[in-house]
Design a protein around this ligand. Structure first.
Ligand code: ATP
Ligand code: MG
Ligand code: MG
Ligand code: MG
Length: 476
Protein backbone atom coordinates (compact mmCIF):
# COMPACT_ATOMS: atom_id res chain seq x y z
CA UNK A 1 0.00 0.00 0.00
CA UNK A 2 0.95 3.66 0.07
CA UNK A 3 1.75 5.54 -3.11
CA UNK A 4 3.21 3.91 -6.17
CA UNK A 5 6.25 5.33 -7.95
CA UNK A 6 4.24 7.27 -10.49
CA UNK A 7 2.10 8.90 -7.81
CA UNK A 8 5.14 9.78 -5.73
CA UNK A 9 6.92 11.37 -8.68
CA UNK A 10 3.79 13.35 -9.51
CA UNK A 11 3.34 14.51 -5.92
CA UNK A 12 6.82 16.03 -5.94
CA UNK A 13 6.33 17.76 -9.30
CA UNK A 14 2.91 19.07 -8.25
CA UNK A 15 4.15 20.41 -4.93
CA UNK A 16 6.79 22.57 -6.57
CA UNK A 17 4.77 23.43 -9.66
CA UNK A 18 2.31 25.04 -7.24
CA UNK A 19 5.24 27.17 -6.07
CA UNK A 20 5.94 28.52 -9.55
CA UNK A 21 8.52 25.95 -10.61
CA UNK A 22 8.71 24.95 -14.28
CA UNK A 23 8.29 21.21 -14.65
CA UNK A 24 11.24 19.94 -16.68
CA UNK A 25 11.34 16.37 -18.05
CA UNK A 26 14.23 14.09 -17.19
CA UNK A 27 17.31 14.53 -19.37
CA UNK A 28 19.33 11.59 -20.70
CA UNK A 29 21.63 9.48 -18.54
CA UNK A 30 24.35 10.59 -20.97
CA UNK A 31 25.22 14.11 -19.84
CA UNK A 32 26.20 16.96 -22.10
CA UNK A 33 28.73 17.89 -19.49
CA UNK A 34 32.08 16.19 -20.10
CA UNK A 35 33.19 16.27 -16.45
CA UNK A 36 30.91 13.43 -15.35
CA UNK A 37 30.44 10.05 -17.00
CA UNK A 38 26.72 9.77 -16.30
CA UNK A 39 24.02 12.06 -15.05
CA UNK A 40 24.75 11.53 -11.35
CA UNK A 41 22.25 14.00 -9.91
CA UNK A 42 19.23 16.05 -10.83
CA UNK A 43 21.30 19.21 -11.12
CA UNK A 44 23.65 17.94 -13.84
CA UNK A 45 21.51 19.09 -16.80
CA UNK A 46 21.21 22.53 -15.15
CA UNK A 47 24.90 23.07 -14.54
CA UNK A 48 25.26 25.85 -17.16
CA UNK A 49 22.59 27.84 -15.31
CA UNK A 50 24.27 27.48 -11.93
CA UNK A 51 27.71 28.53 -13.09
CA UNK A 52 26.36 31.38 -15.22
CA UNK A 53 27.36 29.99 -18.64
CA UNK A 54 23.77 30.24 -19.85
CA UNK A 55 20.78 32.33 -18.83
CA UNK A 56 18.04 30.03 -17.54
CA UNK A 57 14.63 30.36 -19.20
CA UNK A 58 13.08 30.09 -15.71
CA UNK A 59 14.30 30.91 -12.22
CA UNK A 60 12.73 27.86 -10.60
CA UNK A 61 12.56 24.32 -11.93
CA UNK A 62 11.45 20.90 -10.72
CA UNK A 63 12.24 17.49 -12.21
CA UNK A 64 12.53 13.80 -11.57
CA UNK A 65 15.85 12.93 -13.15
CA UNK A 66 17.17 9.54 -14.22
CA UNK A 67 20.55 9.05 -12.53
CA UNK A 68 23.32 6.48 -12.64
CA UNK A 69 26.18 6.26 -10.16
CA UNK A 70 28.71 3.81 -11.46
CA UNK A 71 31.90 5.71 -12.21
CA UNK A 72 33.99 8.63 -11.04
CA UNK A 73 33.34 10.55 -7.86
CA UNK A 74 29.85 9.09 -7.40
CA UNK A 75 30.16 5.32 -7.75
CA UNK A 76 27.73 3.06 -5.91
CA UNK A 77 28.24 -0.06 -8.02
CA UNK A 78 29.95 -2.08 -5.29
CA UNK A 79 27.29 -1.18 -2.74
CA UNK A 80 24.46 -2.58 -4.83
CA UNK A 81 23.00 -5.65 -3.16
CA UNK A 82 24.84 -4.96 0.09
CA UNK A 83 22.83 -2.02 1.44
CA UNK A 84 19.15 -1.28 1.76
CA UNK A 85 19.32 1.94 -0.17
CA UNK A 86 21.90 1.97 -3.00
CA UNK A 87 21.11 1.36 -6.66
CA UNK A 88 23.16 2.11 -9.76
CA UNK A 89 20.11 3.52 -11.50
CA UNK A 90 17.68 5.61 -9.50
CA UNK A 91 15.53 8.66 -9.92
CA UNK A 92 16.33 11.87 -8.14
CA UNK A 93 13.43 14.22 -7.60
CA UNK A 94 14.67 17.76 -7.24
CA UNK A 95 13.76 21.41 -7.16
CA UNK A 96 16.10 24.16 -8.28
CA UNK A 97 16.50 27.85 -7.69
CA UNK A 98 18.77 29.70 -10.09
CA UNK A 99 19.67 32.72 -8.01
CA UNK A 100 16.09 33.06 -6.81
CA UNK A 101 15.14 31.68 -3.35
CA UNK A 102 17.70 30.29 -0.90
CA UNK A 103 17.79 28.43 2.43
CA UNK A 104 14.98 30.38 4.08
CA UNK A 105 12.48 29.08 1.51
CA UNK A 106 13.54 25.54 0.70
CA UNK A 107 14.00 24.35 4.28
CA UNK A 108 10.40 24.98 5.37
CA UNK A 109 9.05 23.79 2.01
CA UNK A 110 10.85 20.47 2.26
CA UNK A 111 9.41 20.03 5.74
CA UNK A 112 5.90 20.77 4.50
CA UNK A 113 6.17 18.18 1.75
CA UNK A 114 7.65 15.49 4.01
CA UNK A 115 5.31 15.95 6.95
CA UNK A 116 2.25 17.55 5.34
CA UNK A 117 -0.97 15.56 5.23
CA UNK A 118 -1.72 13.55 2.07
CA UNK A 119 -4.93 15.60 1.65
CA UNK A 120 -2.80 18.72 1.31
CA UNK A 121 -0.38 17.04 -1.12
CA UNK A 122 2.20 16.02 1.50
CA UNK A 123 3.74 12.65 2.26
CA UNK A 124 2.37 12.47 5.79
CA UNK A 125 5.56 11.30 7.49
CA UNK A 126 6.07 11.69 11.22
CA UNK A 127 8.14 14.81 11.92
CA UNK A 128 9.27 13.40 15.27
CA UNK A 129 11.24 10.71 13.44
CA UNK A 130 13.21 13.19 11.33
CA UNK A 131 16.85 14.05 11.98
CA UNK A 132 18.59 16.90 10.25
CA UNK A 133 22.25 17.35 9.40
CA UNK A 134 23.85 20.65 8.43
CA UNK A 135 27.39 21.54 7.45
CA UNK A 136 29.56 22.22 10.48
CA UNK A 137 29.88 25.89 9.51
CA UNK A 138 26.24 26.50 8.64
CA UNK A 139 24.70 28.43 11.56
CA UNK A 140 22.12 29.85 9.22
CA UNK A 141 20.60 26.53 8.10
CA UNK A 142 20.63 25.27 11.67
CA UNK A 143 18.74 28.34 12.84
CA UNK A 144 16.09 27.96 10.15
CA UNK A 145 15.52 24.29 11.02
CA UNK A 146 15.29 25.03 14.71
CA UNK A 147 13.63 28.42 14.98
CA UNK A 148 11.46 28.49 11.90
CA UNK A 149 10.59 24.81 11.42
CA UNK A 150 10.78 23.80 15.07
CA UNK A 151 13.09 20.78 14.90
CA UNK A 152 14.57 20.29 18.40
CA UNK A 153 18.31 20.90 18.69
CA UNK A 154 18.99 17.32 19.77
CA UNK A 155 17.87 16.12 16.35
CA UNK A 156 20.06 18.55 14.39
CA UNK A 157 23.67 17.47 13.91
CA UNK A 158 26.64 19.20 12.32
CA UNK A 159 28.79 17.16 9.95
CA UNK A 160 31.93 17.90 7.97
CA UNK A 161 32.75 18.06 4.28
CA UNK A 162 32.55 14.32 3.70
CA UNK A 163 28.80 14.19 4.30
CA UNK A 164 27.57 17.75 4.16
CA UNK A 165 29.46 19.46 1.39
CA UNK A 166 28.12 18.42 -2.01
CA UNK A 167 30.12 18.38 -5.24
CA UNK A 168 28.93 17.34 -8.65
CA UNK A 169 32.37 16.05 -9.66
CA UNK A 170 36.01 16.98 -9.24
CA UNK A 171 35.05 20.34 -10.72
CA UNK A 172 31.82 22.30 -11.03
CA UNK A 173 29.11 23.68 -8.78
CA UNK A 174 29.26 22.79 -5.09
CA UNK A 175 28.25 23.99 -1.67
CA UNK A 176 27.30 23.09 1.87
CA UNK A 177 24.21 20.97 2.23
CA UNK A 178 21.60 19.92 4.73
CA UNK A 179 20.10 16.46 4.75
CA UNK A 180 16.88 14.95 6.02
CA UNK A 181 17.15 11.51 7.61
CA UNK A 182 14.50 9.28 9.11
CA UNK A 183 15.01 7.26 12.27
CA UNK A 184 13.86 3.77 11.36
CA UNK A 185 14.03 2.50 14.91
CA UNK A 186 16.30 0.55 17.26
CA UNK A 187 15.98 -2.69 15.28
CA UNK A 188 18.01 -0.99 12.51
CA UNK A 189 21.04 -0.10 14.63
CA UNK A 190 22.35 1.93 17.53
CA UNK A 191 20.97 5.28 18.65
CA UNK A 192 22.85 8.54 18.19
CA UNK A 193 21.56 10.09 14.99
CA UNK A 194 23.25 10.17 11.59
CA UNK A 195 26.53 11.14 13.25
CA UNK A 196 26.61 7.86 15.17
CA UNK A 197 25.45 5.77 12.21
CA UNK A 198 27.97 6.08 9.38
CA UNK A 199 26.51 2.97 7.68
CA UNK A 200 23.25 4.89 7.33
CA UNK A 201 20.98 1.94 8.00
CA UNK A 202 19.03 3.25 10.96
CA UNK A 203 19.09 6.97 10.16
CA UNK A 204 18.49 6.74 6.44
CA UNK A 205 19.18 9.83 4.38
CA UNK A 206 16.51 10.53 1.78
CA UNK A 207 16.63 14.20 0.82
CA UNK A 208 19.63 16.44 0.34
CA UNK A 209 19.24 20.22 0.16
CA UNK A 210 22.32 21.75 -1.44
CA UNK A 211 23.06 25.43 -1.05
CA UNK A 212 25.01 26.02 -4.25
CA UNK A 213 27.54 28.73 -3.64
CA UNK A 214 30.80 27.90 -5.41
CA UNK A 215 32.27 26.68 -8.66
CA UNK A 216 35.30 24.45 -8.14
CA UNK A 217 38.18 24.72 -10.60
CA UNK A 218 40.44 21.81 -11.58
CA UNK A 219 43.11 23.05 -9.15
CA UNK A 220 40.60 22.73 -6.30
CA UNK A 221 40.07 26.46 -5.80
CA UNK A 222 36.52 27.69 -5.36
CA UNK A 223 35.00 30.88 -6.70
CA UNK A 224 31.57 32.12 -5.65
CA UNK A 225 28.73 31.51 -8.11
CA UNK A 226 27.12 34.56 -9.69
CA UNK A 227 24.19 34.07 -7.30
CA UNK A 228 23.61 31.65 -4.43
CA UNK A 229 21.27 28.93 -5.65
CA UNK A 230 19.44 25.85 -4.46
CA UNK A 231 19.64 22.29 -5.75
CA UNK A 232 17.89 19.46 -3.98
CA UNK A 233 17.87 15.72 -4.48
CA UNK A 234 15.26 13.38 -3.04
CA UNK A 235 15.70 9.69 -3.83
CA UNK A 236 12.50 8.35 -5.36
CA UNK A 237 13.14 4.68 -4.50
CA UNK A 238 14.12 5.44 -0.90
CA UNK A 239 11.05 7.58 -0.27
CA UNK A 240 8.90 5.00 -2.00
CA UNK A 241 10.17 2.38 0.47
CA UNK A 242 9.27 4.68 3.37
CA UNK A 243 5.80 5.42 2.03
CA UNK A 244 5.13 1.78 1.18
CA UNK A 245 6.16 0.82 4.70
CA UNK A 246 8.94 -1.55 3.65
CA UNK A 247 12.52 -1.83 4.91
CA UNK A 248 14.50 -1.25 1.75
CA UNK A 249 14.41 -0.22 -1.88
CA UNK A 250 14.39 -3.94 -2.74
CA UNK A 251 10.90 -4.41 -1.37
CA UNK A 252 9.26 -1.56 -3.30
CA UNK A 253 6.96 -2.22 -6.21
CA UNK A 254 9.75 -1.07 -8.55
CA UNK A 255 12.06 -3.89 -7.50
CA UNK A 256 9.78 -6.75 -6.42
CA UNK A 257 8.77 -7.72 -9.98
CA UNK A 258 12.45 -7.88 -10.95
CA UNK A 259 13.38 -9.98 -7.92
CA UNK A 260 10.44 -12.25 -8.73
CA UNK A 261 11.67 -12.70 -12.29
CA UNK A 262 15.18 -13.43 -11.01
CA UNK A 263 13.73 -16.06 -8.69
CA UNK A 264 11.74 -17.67 -11.42
CA UNK A 265 14.69 -17.84 -13.85
CA UNK A 266 17.20 -19.11 -11.32
CA UNK A 267 14.83 -21.28 -9.31
CA UNK A 268 16.33 -19.83 -6.12
CA UNK A 269 14.55 -17.97 -3.33
CA UNK A 270 15.50 -14.69 -1.74
CA UNK A 271 15.19 -14.25 1.97
CA UNK A 272 13.75 -10.76 2.34
CA UNK A 273 15.98 -8.59 4.50
CA UNK A 274 18.89 -11.04 4.57
CA UNK A 275 22.08 -9.27 3.56
CA UNK A 276 24.42 -12.16 4.40
CA UNK A 277 22.76 -14.86 2.33
CA UNK A 278 24.65 -15.21 -0.95
CA UNK A 279 21.69 -16.17 -3.12
CA UNK A 280 19.61 -13.26 -1.92
CA UNK A 281 22.49 -10.92 -2.58
CA UNK A 282 22.95 -12.32 -6.09
CA UNK A 283 19.29 -11.88 -6.90
CA UNK A 284 19.28 -8.24 -5.82
CA UNK A 285 22.28 -7.67 -8.09
CA UNK A 286 20.49 -9.33 -11.01
CA UNK A 287 17.38 -7.24 -10.47
CA UNK A 288 19.21 -3.94 -10.19
CA UNK A 289 21.72 -4.48 -12.96
CA UNK A 290 19.02 -5.55 -15.39
CA UNK A 291 17.09 -2.37 -14.69
CA UNK A 292 20.10 -0.06 -14.83
CA UNK A 293 21.41 -1.67 -18.05
CA UNK A 294 17.98 -1.33 -19.59
CA UNK A 295 17.82 2.37 -18.82
CA UNK A 296 21.39 2.97 -20.00
CA UNK A 297 20.93 1.21 -23.34
CA UNK A 298 17.66 3.03 -23.89
CA UNK A 299 19.54 6.31 -23.53
CA UNK A 300 22.14 5.23 -26.08
CA UNK A 301 24.95 3.65 -24.05
CA UNK A 302 26.32 0.47 -25.64
CA UNK A 303 28.64 -2.13 -24.20
CA UNK A 304 32.15 -1.34 -25.45
CA UNK A 305 35.76 -1.30 -24.39
CA UNK A 306 36.04 2.17 -23.02
CA UNK A 307 34.38 5.02 -21.24
CA UNK A 308 30.78 4.67 -20.24
CA UNK A 309 30.29 1.75 -22.61
CA UNK A 310 32.81 -0.11 -20.52
CA UNK A 311 31.04 0.74 -17.30
CA UNK A 312 27.87 -0.71 -18.82
CA UNK A 313 29.82 -3.81 -19.81
CA UNK A 314 31.04 -4.14 -16.21
CA UNK A 315 27.49 -3.88 -14.88
CA UNK A 316 26.20 -6.57 -17.26
CA UNK A 317 29.13 -8.91 -16.69
CA UNK A 318 28.84 -8.59 -12.94
CA UNK A 319 25.20 -9.65 -13.22
CA UNK A 320 25.99 -12.54 -15.55
CA UNK A 321 28.63 -13.87 -13.20
CA UNK A 322 26.12 -13.89 -10.34
CA UNK A 323 23.63 -15.74 -12.52
CA UNK A 324 26.34 -18.29 -13.23
CA UNK A 325 27.07 -18.60 -9.50
CA UNK A 326 23.42 -19.36 -8.94
CA UNK A 327 23.87 -22.25 -11.34
CA UNK A 328 21.74 -20.76 -14.10
CA UNK A 329 22.87 -21.97 -17.51
CA UNK A 330 20.18 -20.25 -19.59
CA UNK A 331 20.37 -16.58 -20.52
CA UNK A 332 18.95 -14.33 -17.80
CA UNK A 333 18.99 -10.97 -19.52
CA UNK A 334 16.10 -11.46 -21.96
CA UNK A 335 13.43 -12.02 -19.33
CA UNK A 336 14.87 -9.67 -16.75
CA UNK A 337 15.04 -6.88 -19.29
CA UNK A 338 11.44 -7.50 -20.35
CA UNK A 339 10.40 -7.10 -16.73
CA UNK A 340 12.46 -3.94 -16.34
CA UNK A 341 10.76 -2.49 -19.39
CA UNK A 342 7.34 -3.37 -17.99
CA UNK A 343 8.17 -1.69 -14.67
CA UNK A 344 9.66 1.47 -16.16
CA UNK A 345 7.58 1.80 -19.31
CA UNK A 346 4.81 3.90 -17.89
CA UNK A 347 7.13 6.67 -16.73
CA UNK A 348 9.55 6.32 -19.65
CA UNK A 349 7.71 5.36 -22.87
CA UNK A 350 11.03 5.32 -24.75
CA UNK A 351 12.03 2.05 -23.13
CA UNK A 352 8.88 0.46 -24.50
CA UNK A 353 9.52 1.90 -27.94
CA UNK A 354 13.10 0.58 -27.84
CA UNK A 355 12.13 -2.81 -26.39
CA UNK A 356 13.53 -5.10 -29.10
CA UNK A 357 16.64 -3.04 -29.42
CA UNK A 358 17.40 -3.07 -25.67
CA UNK A 359 16.69 -6.77 -25.30
CA UNK A 360 18.87 -7.44 -28.35
CA UNK A 361 21.88 -5.47 -27.14
CA UNK A 362 21.80 -6.90 -23.61
CA UNK A 363 21.15 -10.48 -24.70
CA UNK A 364 24.04 -10.33 -27.10
CA UNK A 365 26.37 -9.00 -24.44
CA UNK A 366 25.36 -11.82 -22.10
CA UNK A 367 25.95 -14.40 -24.84
CA UNK A 368 29.38 -13.02 -25.57
CA UNK A 369 30.46 -13.19 -21.97
CA UNK A 370 28.95 -16.63 -21.40
CA UNK A 371 31.35 -18.03 -24.03
CA UNK A 372 34.42 -17.25 -21.96
CA UNK A 373 33.04 -16.98 -18.43
CA UNK A 374 33.35 -20.62 -17.41
CA UNK A 375 36.95 -21.03 -18.55
CA UNK A 376 37.89 -17.65 -17.09
CA UNK A 377 36.39 -18.55 -13.74
CA UNK A 378 38.23 -21.84 -13.56
CA UNK A 379 41.54 -20.16 -14.37
CA UNK A 380 40.83 -17.65 -11.64
CA UNK A 381 39.86 -20.43 -9.26
CA UNK A 382 43.18 -22.21 -9.75
CA UNK A 383 45.20 -19.04 -9.30
CA UNK A 384 43.32 -17.96 -6.20
CA UNK A 385 44.23 -21.09 -4.27
CA UNK A 386 47.95 -20.35 -4.45
CA UNK A 387 48.77 -17.28 -2.38
CA UNK A 388 47.47 -13.98 -1.13
CA UNK A 389 48.06 -11.95 -4.27
CA UNK A 390 46.84 -12.44 -7.83
CA UNK A 391 49.43 -11.60 -10.47
CA UNK A 392 48.90 -8.69 -12.83
CA UNK A 393 49.50 -11.00 -15.78
CA UNK A 394 46.65 -13.32 -14.76
CA UNK A 395 44.31 -10.36 -14.31
CA UNK A 396 45.42 -9.16 -17.73
CA UNK A 397 44.82 -12.49 -19.47
CA UNK A 398 41.40 -12.68 -17.84
CA UNK A 399 40.68 -9.19 -19.10
CA UNK A 400 42.12 -9.56 -22.54
CA UNK A 401 41.16 -13.11 -23.48
CA UNK A 402 38.20 -13.87 -21.25
CA UNK A 403 36.55 -10.47 -21.06
CA UNK A 404 36.78 -10.08 -17.27
CA UNK A 405 36.73 -6.41 -16.32
CA UNK A 406 39.44 -5.74 -13.74
CA UNK A 407 36.82 -4.77 -11.17
CA UNK A 408 35.13 -8.15 -11.59
CA UNK A 409 38.41 -9.98 -11.05
CA UNK A 410 39.01 -7.79 -8.00
CA UNK A 411 35.55 -8.54 -6.64
CA UNK A 412 36.06 -12.29 -7.02
CA UNK A 413 39.58 -12.17 -5.57
CA UNK A 414 38.30 -9.99 -2.75
CA UNK A 415 35.77 -12.64 -1.81
CA UNK A 416 38.75 -14.82 -0.88
CA UNK A 417 40.69 -11.95 0.60
CA UNK A 418 43.18 -11.97 -2.25
CA UNK A 419 44.59 -8.71 -3.65
CA UNK A 420 45.18 -8.12 -7.34
CA UNK A 421 48.59 -6.77 -8.34
CA UNK A 422 47.33 -3.55 -9.91
CA UNK A 423 50.72 -2.20 -10.93
CA UNK A 424 51.43 -5.44 -12.79
CA UNK A 425 48.04 -5.28 -14.49
CA UNK A 426 48.58 -1.66 -15.56
CA UNK A 427 52.00 -2.49 -16.97
CA UNK A 428 50.47 -5.25 -19.13
CA UNK A 429 47.72 -2.89 -20.27
CA UNK A 430 50.22 -0.22 -21.25
CA UNK A 431 52.29 -2.71 -23.21
CA UNK A 432 49.19 -3.90 -25.00
CA UNK A 433 48.10 -0.38 -25.88
CA UNK A 434 51.51 0.25 -27.39
CA UNK A 435 51.22 -2.91 -29.48
CA UNK A 436 47.74 -1.95 -30.63
CA UNK A 437 48.85 1.54 -31.58
CA UNK A 438 51.69 0.18 -33.67
CA UNK A 439 49.36 -2.32 -35.33
CA UNK A 440 46.80 0.39 -36.13
CA UNK A 441 49.45 2.52 -37.76
CA UNK A 442 50.41 -0.42 -39.93
CA UNK A 443 46.94 -1.46 -41.00
CA UNK A 444 45.01 1.81 -40.84
CA UNK A 445 42.31 0.00 -38.84
CA UNK A 446 39.61 2.04 -37.15
CA UNK A 447 39.44 3.19 -33.58
CA UNK A 448 38.43 0.63 -30.96
CA UNK A 449 36.03 3.04 -29.37
CA UNK A 450 33.68 2.18 -32.20
CA UNK A 451 33.47 -1.40 -30.94
CA UNK A 452 30.00 -0.96 -29.55
CA UNK A 453 28.86 0.69 -32.75
CA UNK A 454 30.17 -2.17 -34.86
CA UNK A 455 28.37 -4.77 -32.79
CA UNK A 456 25.09 -2.99 -33.03
CA UNK A 457 25.44 -2.50 -36.73
CA UNK A 458 26.17 -6.20 -37.15
CA UNK A 459 23.05 -7.04 -35.30
CA UNK A 460 20.54 -4.45 -36.41
CA UNK A 461 21.82 -3.07 -39.67
CA UNK A 462 23.05 0.42 -40.27
CA UNK A 463 19.83 2.27 -41.05
CA UNK A 464 18.05 1.21 -37.90
CA UNK A 465 21.02 2.16 -35.79
CA UNK A 466 21.56 5.58 -37.30
CA UNK A 467 17.90 6.31 -36.88
CA UNK A 468 18.17 5.66 -33.20
CA UNK A 469 21.00 7.65 -31.71
CA UNK A 470 24.14 9.62 -32.29
CA UNK A 471 27.34 7.69 -31.75
CA UNK A 472 29.33 10.86 -31.19
CA UNK A 473 27.77 11.24 -27.74
CA UNK A 474 29.41 7.92 -26.86
CA UNK A 475 32.99 8.90 -27.08
CA UNK A 476 33.15 12.39 -25.72
P1 ATP B 1 24.24 8.05 0.70
O1 ATP B 1 25.00 8.81 1.73
O2 ATP B 1 23.09 7.27 1.25
O3 ATP B 1 25.14 7.26 -0.22
P2 ATP B 1 24.40 10.40 -0.91
O4 ATP B 1 24.74 11.38 0.16
O5 ATP B 1 25.53 9.84 -1.70
O6 ATP B 1 23.55 9.15 -0.26
P3 ATP B 1 23.27 12.50 -2.49
O7 ATP B 1 24.43 12.71 -3.38
O8 ATP B 1 23.07 13.47 -1.40
O9 ATP B 1 23.31 10.99 -1.91
O10 ATP B 1 21.96 12.37 -3.41
C1 ATP B 1 20.69 12.89 -3.04
C2 ATP B 1 19.68 11.79 -2.77
O11 ATP B 1 19.62 10.83 -3.83
C3 ATP B 1 19.99 10.96 -1.54
O12 ATP B 1 19.55 11.61 -0.36
C4 ATP B 1 19.20 9.68 -1.83
O13 ATP B 1 17.84 9.83 -1.48
C5 ATP B 1 19.32 9.55 -3.33
N1 ATP B 1 20.40 8.60 -3.70
C6 ATP B 1 21.73 8.86 -3.73
N2 ATP B 1 22.43 7.79 -4.13
C7 ATP B 1 21.52 6.82 -4.36
C8 ATP B 1 21.61 5.47 -4.82
N3 ATP B 1 22.79 4.93 -5.13
N4 ATP B 1 20.48 4.74 -4.95
C9 ATP B 1 19.28 5.29 -4.66
N5 ATP B 1 19.11 6.56 -4.22
C10 ATP B 1 20.21 7.32 -4.07
MG1 MG C 1 26.39 8.02 -1.66
MG1 MG D 1 25.13 10.88 2.27
MG1 MG E 1 23.71 13.15 0.57
Amino acid sequence: DGMNADQLRQSFLDFFAAKDHSVVPSASLIPHDPTVMFTVAGMVPFKPYFVGDEVPPYQRAVSSQKCARAGGKHNDLDDVGRTKRHLVFFEMMGNFSFGDYFKEAIIPWSWDLVTGSPESGGWGMDGDRMWITVHETDDEAEAIWHEQVGVPMNRIQRLGDKDNFWQMGDTGPCGPCSEIHIDRGPEFGPDGGPLGDPAGDRFMEFWNLVFMQYNQAPDGSRTPLPKPSVDTGAGLERILALLQGVDSVWETDLMVPLIDTAQSITGKRTIVGDYDDRDSFAMRVLAEHARSSTMLVSDGVFPSNEGRGYVLRRIIRRAVRYAFLLGTEQLVMPRLVETAIDVMGNAYPDVVKNRDFIVGVLTREEERFRHTLKTGLSILDDELTTGDSLSGSTAFVLHDTYGFPLELTQEIAGEREVEVDLAGFEAEMTAQRERAKAARKDSGASDERLDGYREVVEQFGITEFLGYTDVSTQSR
